[in-house]
Write a protein that binds this ligand. Structure first.
Ligand code: AMP
Length: 546
């Protein structure tokens, strides 16, 4: 094989896949395109590029150098986008801090990532004050704020972001370096134990961007992301780089809108006034928007929404589609950068119900994704739409391990594939459908029950606002299912009626009869994780004790 290595002319340029190169085309093709921050700021791409250079100069002046780790604690802002570029382009690592974690967990991630500097929104200063004195590695803080007030803090602030930028030059010669240099890091709480750090290189982020562009841009019937779109993320930028779409949108040179802190009314107004056409979010956020009075008033017929992070319930999909929204699913996880699959409709001959089913599936692998569904011996299960197994994957953009955690890294990558812990089936057209996470599957008397399926049945009831199903240890059955149900305002339904309703699905053969062991508990609310998903880990712990 050595013989076929391409010959290199000595003076030929060996082009590295670096994040800086994502900016090359949009900066010259779309210099007047806009990047909007709430109803507060508006920049052109030409200004954006200058600001990235100013930020690089400013960070260098305060002492940031290649190899350092620079953390950001901010809402979804134009500043965050500038950090997505300037920090890795300096050869430093961008740590996107999950600001919804508890102060103790945030402290753990700052220390574990060995952050050198933190760019912090003034709103999070009180949080940092709580853990001050226990943060060992940080040399200085840069203040992020929308106005020019001077918040009181005892933290060693080295400057305010806009002031530092205004004092810095607007050009910077970003160096070339090895494309396998680490560009980003962040922490996932999707597994048991303390948060685990995942990390991605320049090469990985560039390849993820290109594959994402290809997948989103080539879908023919719906859900396309193209140059005339207006993009607004509604997935936090700390959550897997807002699913990597800010890199895609910038590389495409399209108009972008950053909404700051998620306030339903503001989000809906921005969609309306800035003519947003492409967003992505978890179902919980869409539910929040759909419950707001403004949702019924504005024109949403040009809005495409990619749902991920959790399964898209069919009832939500139908309701959104009935408002004219082009809604569909995607799938990935923190460990996978994240995008692995998209559920685009690829067939004209589907009836309404079949089309909704496709949109709610987990999707088909995007380019370069080698996705298998396997049994415990890592043998592929049949693609019959029924047989389930664990999703395992290979793509060029998967975290190569958990930061400083050899044991869990080996478990994640056992057998040379990344193990997702998600249980799914695959149909003859290669659409996969997640039926559960491995630890969320409930095993009753040796038979698996999908907690997601039971939740879907419960959520379809008009009296039910929300439902979560968990398995609790049981000496006789191994596990017994418990459904936590939040009733809609003033709705009336008893446990007996709901159990009778669920048993109806057993009679129809839609669910295993073990579900007759289901117990129902009515609750006021269901605990969520920091990214808005049902916190099954916490619920299991809570109700196990109860
Ligand atoms: P996180 O690392 O927090 O992004 O969580 C990733 C996990 O969310 C995956 O392993 C899945 O369990 C779940 N998930 C993501 N997308 C979907 C989807 N479309 N359908 C069902 N579950 C999903």
């Amino acid at each position: 094989m050595q013989d076929n290595l391409i010959p290199r002319t000595e003076s030929a340029y060996d082009y590295p896949l670096l994040i800086k190169n994502l900016l090359t085309a949009p900066a010259v093709n779309n210099p007047n395109q806009t990047i909007v921050y709430r109803d507060l700021q508006r920049f052109t791409y030409a200004e954006f590029k200058q600001r990235v250079c100013r930020l690089a100069n400013a960070l260098t002046a305060v002492g940031v150098k290649a190899g350092d780790t620079v953390a950001v604690m901010d809402w979804d802002t134009h500043r965050y986008l500038e950090c997505f570029y300037a920090v890795p382009m300096l050869g430093a690592v961008l740590h996107t801090v999950n600001i919804r974690l508890s102060p103790e967990q945030i402290l753990y991630t700052i220390d574990h990532a060995e952050d050198d500097f933190i760019l912090v929104n003034e709103e999070f200063l009180p949080l940092l004050e709580q853990i001050k004195g226990r943060i060992d590695t940080v040399k200085g803080y840069v203040l992020l704020q929308d106005d020019q007030n001077q918040p009181k803090t005892s933290l060693p602030v080295v400057g305010e972001y806009e002031t530092l930028l205004s004092q810095a030059a607007d050009t910077f010669a970003f160096p070339d370096f090895n494309e396998n240099t680490r560009a980003t890091t962040f922490y996932t709480t999707g597994t048991t134990g303390m948060p685990k750090g995942v990390y991605f290189s320049h090469r990985q982020l560039v390849l993820h961007t290109l594959a994402g562009m290809a997948a989103l841009g080539s879908t023919a019937r719906q859900g396309r992301l193209h140059q005339e779109d207006v993009y607004m993320p509604i997935t936090p930028m700390f959550h897997v780089h807002a699913w990597g779409v800010p890199y895609i949108a910038t590389a495409l040179g399209i108009k972008q809108v950053y909404p700051g802190k998620y306030l339903p009314e503001l989000l809906l107004r921005l969609i309306d006034t800035e003519k947003v056409t492409f967003s992505h979010c978890v179902p919980t956020i869409l539910h929040l928007l759909m419950s707001h009075p403004l949702f019924k008033e504005i024109d949403l017929s040009n809005w495409k929404v990619l749902i991920g992070g959790a399964a898209l319930p069919k009832t939500m999909c139908r309701a959104a589609r009935d408002r004219g929204i082009d809604i569909y699913s995607g799938y990935g996880m923190s460990e996978t950068c994240p995008v692995l699959t998209l559920a685009n409709v690829a067939d004209d001959d589907l009836n309404d119900d079949e089309e909704l089913d496709i949109r709610c599936k987990t999707g088909r692998p995007i380019p370069l994704v080698d996705l298998r569904i396997v049994d415990e011996q890592m043998q592929d299960v049949p693609a019959d739409g029924q047989s389930v197994g664990e999703i395992i994957v290979r793509t060029p953009w998967l975290t190569q391990g958990y930061l400083k955690d050899q044991r869990n890294s080996e478990t994640l990558w056992r057998g040379g594939y990344l193990h997702t812990g998600d249980v799914a089936n695959r149909d003859a057209n290669n659409y996969i459908k997640i039926t559960d996470r491995i630890k969320d599957v409930i095993k009753i008397g040796g038979e698996w029950i999908s907690s997601l399926e039971v939740e879907d049945f419960l959520a379809a009831r008009p009296e039910v606002a929300e439902a979560a199903v968990i398995g609790l240890p049981d000496p006789k059955w191994g596990e017994k299912p418990l459904a936590l149900v939040v009733k809609k305002d003033s709705a009336e339904i008893s446990e007996k009626e709901l159990l009778h309703y669920i048993r109806g699905f057993v009679d129809k053969g839609l669910i295993s009869k073990q579900i007759v062991l289901l117990k129902i508990e009515f609750v006021d609310g269901i605990e969520k994780t920091s990214v808005g998903k049902t916190d099954k880990k916490l619920l299991r712990e809570k109700y196990q004790q109860g």
